[in-house]
Design a protein around this ligand. Structure first.
Ligand SMILES: C[S@@+](CC[C@H](N)C(=O)[O-])C[C@H]1O[C@@H](n2cnc3c(N)ncnc32)[C@H](O)[C@@H]1O
Length: 250
């Protein structure tokens, strides 16, 4: 399916906000300050806006899904930061070569139909001495385990390339740094989280639709998984979520 149509399913902002901490932390840690930044598959712009807030010299946010970019544009205006939003496929970005010190992508580049093509484009956009930094869900973290829980329902689905250091390096090459990180995701309850994903996360909406009457069983498995992965904290439920940060020097 066309990625713009796919990612416009549901209201991504609702679920994307649950996992926006890694992007905000990335913008602070890199740091983005003083750099020209391009954020690929920016979605609702959390990482791009964080880079602008951390005084990047310039920020471009690229995404294929127009409704998500509209949210991003509105949020940047509200935050009072300047970001250029480009509606484009990350495999072919209409922006000059060597124009960024930093090309970032939080949980976005991993969805490229052809990762090698997206990486080649990311390299083209990066000037010599710059870096490409992207995040992915680790196989041992919550989202890796959600995928693994649903995998038996989709025996023909391709294996992801971004859940382990070894798999990432096999795509990106040996000069790659991969670090494991964890952030805490706060939700109302395991049930509310799974139902929120079912309403607003495009992969889960589409997956549940394809499952038909098998969805209630899958939902119960996901609720059990989430419950075992976190703990209650007053009226909230907190889950430590593992992810990987990959850095390529250009
Ligand atoms: C899981 S979301 C991540 C969004 C955002 N980076 C974040 O951290 O919340 C994946 C994003 O990849 C975008 N995307 C998927 N395929 C794309 C493509 N070929 N070109 C550009 N963006 C794409 C989707 O529109 C969506 O915004």
């Amino acid at each position: 399916m066309d990625p713009a149509q796919f990612w416009s399913t549901g209201d991504y902002a609702v679920v994307g906000d649950l996992w926006s901490a890694p992007g905000r932390e990335l913008a602070a840690a890199l740091p983005a300050r003083g750099h020209d930044v391009i954020d690929l598959a920016t979605g609702t712009g959390a990482t791009a806006i964080a880079a602008a807030r951390h005084q990047a010299r310039s920020v471009v946010g690229v995404d294929v899904a127009r409704p998500l970019l509209e949210v991003a544009r509105h949020r940047a205006r509200t935050a009072g930061v300047d970001v250029t939003w480009l509606e484009a496929d990350m495999a072919s970005v209409p922006w000059p070569s060597g124009s960024a010190d930093l090309v970032t992508s939080t949980f976005g580049l991993i969805f490229a139909a052809e990762p090698q093509v997206a990486l080649t484009e990311a390299r083209r956009l990066t000037r010599p001495g710059g870096r490409i930094v992207f995040t992915s869900w680790s196989g041992t973290g919550l989202f890796g385990r959600i995928r693994q829980t649903l995998a038996p329902y989709f025996p023909d689905a391709p294996e992801p390339w971004h859940e382990t250091r070894e798999d990432i390096v096999s795509v990106t090459g040996p000069d790659t740094k991969v670090t494991e990180q964890v952030f805490t995701m706060t939700v109302a309850s395991p049930e509310r989280f799974v139902d929120l994903m079912h309403r607003h996360s495009a992969p889960i909406i589409r997956g549940a639709h394809a499952m038909g009457d098998r969805w209630p069983r899958a939902r119960a498995q996901l609720v059990d998984l989430v419950r075992a992965a976190g703990q209650e904290n007053g009226s909230e439920f907190r889950i430590p979520v593992g992810y990987l940060v990959t850095t390529l020097e250009v």
